[in-house]
Design a protein around this ligand. Structure first.
Ligand code: C2E
Ligand code: MG
Ligand code: MG
Ligand code: MG
Length: 285
């Protein structure tokens, strides 16, 4: 009887978990297939230099074109990709594609220096321990014939903090290739400011959560001002993420901000949309 009771309780308890587990397993199977079939598309969000009023580069942002569910954003599959180890292959696909694509756009615009039109690529913290990572980055640059100064690797602040010594070693190696290093989502990962000095960092991206209320919330203002002045004194480039309104832009401009990314200027764009944007830019000159 006890056994039966246990069994039925098990059943009740298990119904929902069973469904969820099944869904997750299905998604995992789909994701494996997606990696094999390269069902991913890279979108590119412009990063604006507001002092020169032009596009300085792009952040590569992955999307999954699921055959039944349509476009799935990274927030809905990257953590599963991390748990299953698939994120290594995904980040590599994005890296290769982004390097090839930015080279084409540089060519179309006739830029003289690779540093004039750059591409940012996100690398998951799960890949830090992968000894192949640095050589993959080197190979992606070589295959694309890209100036290493054109590539910026984005690493989240929290990923840095999870394993500082492994991260530091990897960042040093990346710097050795001549690529730049960005701390992403800065301000959310509880890093001590001394890390800005310890790690070989070129760019700090101030997290969107501090930009949302920047024109009204004095705490956000204080944080943003502090990061800008730190950037200035330490020779770091600062990018404000997630700028959506004119008021936010005005505040940031008043604080001497140079680089801005956000819906106010552009959402992440398809390759075709960027082609059009760059063609218009050429006509403007
Ligand atoms: P992230 O690296 O911080 O990228 C910025 C995210 O903010 C993007 O979301 C972008 O679309 C969004 N965003 C930009 N401007 C605005 C704005 O003005 N308002 C709002 N509400 N959102 C804005 P997305 O594309 O959904 O990517 C989410 C996260 O997924 C990224 O955050 C990054 O952590 C991760 N991710 C994206 N692509 C990759 C990839 O290829 N590899 C890895 N490992 N992670 C990726
Ligand atoms: Mg990023
Ligand atoms: Mg970010
Ligand atoms: Mg962010």
């Amino acid at each position: 009887r006890a056994k039966e009771l246990g069994k039925s309780r098990f059943k009740v308890f298990n119904r929902k978990m069973h469904d969820q587990a099944l869904q997750l397993m299905e998604l995992e199977t789909d994701l494996r297939r997606a990696v094999d079939l390269r069902e991913f598309e890279v979108f590119y969000q412009p990063i604006m230099d507001i002092t020169k009023r032009r596009v300085s580069g792009f952040e590569a942002l992955v999307r999954w074109r699921h055959p039944e569910h349509g476009i799935i954003g990274p927030n809905d599959f990257i953590s599963l990709a991390e748990d299953t180890g698939l994120v290594y292959a995904i980040d590599n696909l994005v890296l290769e594609e982004a390097c090839t694509q930015i080279k084409l756009w540089q060519h179309a615009l006739g830029v003289d220096s690779g540093a004039d039109l750059t591409v940012n690529v996100n690398i998951s913290g799960r890949n830090f321990g992968q000894s192949m990572l640095v050589s993959q980055v080197g190979r992606a640059i070589d295959d694309a014939g890209l100036d290493p100064a054109s590539l910026k690797i984005e690493i989240t602040e929290s990923a840095l903090m999870d394993n500082p010594s492994v991260a530091e070693d990897m960042l040093q190696q990346l710097k050795g290739l001549g690529v730049s290093v960005c701390i992403d989502d800065f301000g959310t990962g509880y890093s001590s400011l001394s890390y800005l000095q310890r790690f070989p960092i070129d760019v700090v991206k101030v997290d969107r959560s501090f930009i949302i209320e920047v024109e009204t919330d004095t705490d956000s203002q204080a944080i943003v001002r502090t990061v800008f002045s730190l950037g200035e004194s330490m020779g770091l480039t600062i990018v404000a993420e997630g700028v959506e309104t004119k008021a936010q832009l005005d505040f940031l401009e008043g604080e001497g901000c140079q680089f801005v990314q956000g819906y106010f200027f552009h959402k992440p764009l398809t390759v075709e949309q960027v082609d059009t944007l760059l063609a218009d830019m050429r006509l403007d000159n």
